[in-house]
Design a binder for this molecule. Structure first.
Ligand code: NAD
Length: 472
């Protein structure tokens, strides 16, 4: 009789085999990095161009996969994912040569006669762990920055958006040498094993809870991390705001991707005197933008688990607008909750869905203090035309990044760093910051071999010390 392992054991054996494969690929990437090939600028550009061409060639497959995962429209996928990735590639193709050049810096008196410079060198072997809500952008943008900086990479996209994960794995693994770039398909078990391996950097996007698991695992190997996490991002609207513009921009930012956006305004703080007028404007734009069940531009909730979590947050007694949902197609209507206070359940966790709680206030500075009681958010937004309010908001609150008189658009400027602070993350990327995130800044001082004063060498004397004091 043959020995037939039980299901649990078979899963464990399969995992073990998969893990041995990935272990081998990581070892090959380490060997490949040592060949110095990835430091060659032409090599980096060649593969970035290849990735760009593959994205363009496979654009329709990318749209199909994301539509299957959570009904995201072609328009939103292009504007919030594909265009981002293509712009990133274009940006690095243009700038990576200059970013990679050693930068001369001045040399101080004690180091004369010498020259000082900083070399940006690739870190080596990178692990990128992606989130599901913008699956292409959040997986490929860090990969593009890491390759531009001259590294080898393993990508672990999120298994929650299964179709987008599979298409990325297919495109990458069929077209890139695994010793340079490899995409690894897997969930929690596979990621747990992967995190036991030694990398030169781990770049993680996801929840604060899992961010802590990643940080702990990285600490075992003293691996540096960039953690792109979440939080409750407020949007404040004062009576000095252009209310019409504020309402339109907030509705777009909150309900794009059905609120499943890390930098979406999580909740609103509205000055009481304009609250009613503003709530009416919110209603007007939700209706105008037609986020209906039969609309093909309104994204669905990613899965049953999140759907159930979200509908529990809809307090029926506080619905100002919306509140409808359909479990069959994971639709939740854009929902505005009014008369909310800080103790309501919806204010206790990041919402990450199409529910918008509204709290009213009478004193702007007290409201800022209340926000300070929360963990530092990934983003914060202020709508006002009052410069004192703008200054107080910028100086008093600590958050990853944000906008005045808009939401989320700061992400679209590659000259601004993108990342959190405190509970919303560690480190940043985008543009030049992405290149630096995946580089080590190596300091080099080159000394002349002439003009060597004896002053720093023993035997010491009072006279030497008095000269040293003058120099230093
Ligand atoms: P998540 O933390 O559940 O998952 C992220 C990744 O971690 C996935 O690839 C998943 O496979 C892996 N993972 C999950 N559990 C794990 C475990 N126990 N051990 C090891 N790996 C594990 O997050 P999510 O649901 O994909 O994304 C939602 C969260 O991410 C929200 O909090 C959101 O704000 C945040 N987010 C942040 C950004 C940003 O740029 N700062 C962007 C998107 C999402």
């Amino acid at each position: 009789m043959f020995y037939k392992p039980c299901l649990g054991k078979r899963i464990a054996i399969t995992l073990q085999i998969l893990f041995m494969e990935i272990q081998e690929i990581v070892s090959k990437q380490k060997e490949f990095f040592k060949t110095q090939q990835t430091k060659n600028i032409r090599f980096r550009k060649m593969y970035l161009e290849k990735l760009r061409d593959l994205i363009v060639e496979n654009e329709n497959l990318l749209y199909e996969a994301i539509d299957k995962d959570f009904g995201k429209s072609k328009f939103d996928t292009f504007t919030t994912e594909i265009s981002f990735i293509l712009n990133d590639i274009k940006y690095y193709l243009k700038n990576l040569s200059s970013f990679s050049k050693p930068k001369k810096v001045s040399t101080n008196l004690v180091n004369q006669f010498g020259k000082s410079r900083i070399h940006s060198e690739p870190l080596g072997n990178i692990l990128v762990i992606g989130a599901w809500n913008y699956p292409y952008q959040l997986s490929l943008s860090p990969i593009i920055a890491a390759l531009a900086a001259g590294n080898c990479c393993i990508l672990k996209p999120s298994e929650i958006a299964e179709n987008t994960m599979k298409i990325m794995v297919k495109i990458i693994n069929e077209n890139f040498p695994p010793e340079y770039l490899y995409a690894y398909e897997g969930g929690i078990d596979e990621t747990t094993e992967l995190l036991k391996l030694k990398f030169n950097k781990i770049f993680f996007t996801g929840s604060t809870k899992v961010g802590k698991i990643v940080y702990k695992a990285a600490a075992e190997n003293l691996t540096p991390v960039t953690l792109e996490l979440g939080g409750k991002s407020p949007a404040i609207i004062t009576k000095e705001a252009n209310l019409e513009v504020a309402a339109k921009r907030i509705i777009w930012g909150k309900f794009i991707n059905a609120g499943q956006t890390c930098v979406a305004p999580d909740y609103l703080l509205i000055e009481e005197s304009v609250q009613e007028q503003f709530l009416e404007m919110l209603r007007k734009y939700i209706q105008e933008f037609r986020y209906e069940q039969n609309s093909d531009h309104y994204t669905r909730i990613i899965n049953q688990k999140n759907f159930e979590r979200l509908i529990k947050l809809i307090n029926k007694d506080k619905i100002y607008f919306g509140g409808d949902f359909n479990a069959e197609n994971l639709y939740i209507e854009p929902t505005v909750l009014a008369n909310i206070n800080w103790n309501d359940e919806v204010m206790q966790e990041e919402i990450f869905g199409p529910i918008l709680p509204v709290i009213s206030f009478t004193n702007f500075n007290i409201t800022l203090n209340e926000i300070l009681e929360y963990e530092k958010p990934l983003a914060a937004y202020l709508f006002t035309n009052n410069s004192e309010e703008k200054d107080n908001f910028t100086q008093k609150l600590s958050f990853g990044g944000g906008c005045i008189n808009d939401v989320m658009m700061h992400l679209g400027n590659e000259n601004l760093p993108f990342g959190g602070v405190g509970n919303s993350g560690i480190g940043n990327y985008h543009g030049r910051f992405g290149f630096e995130t995946f580089s080590h800044q190596k300091a080099i001082l080159e000394r002349a071999t002439w003009g060597e004063p004896n002053i720093k060498y023993p035997p010491y004397s009072e006279k030497k010390l008095s000269w040293i004091k003058r120099f230093m």
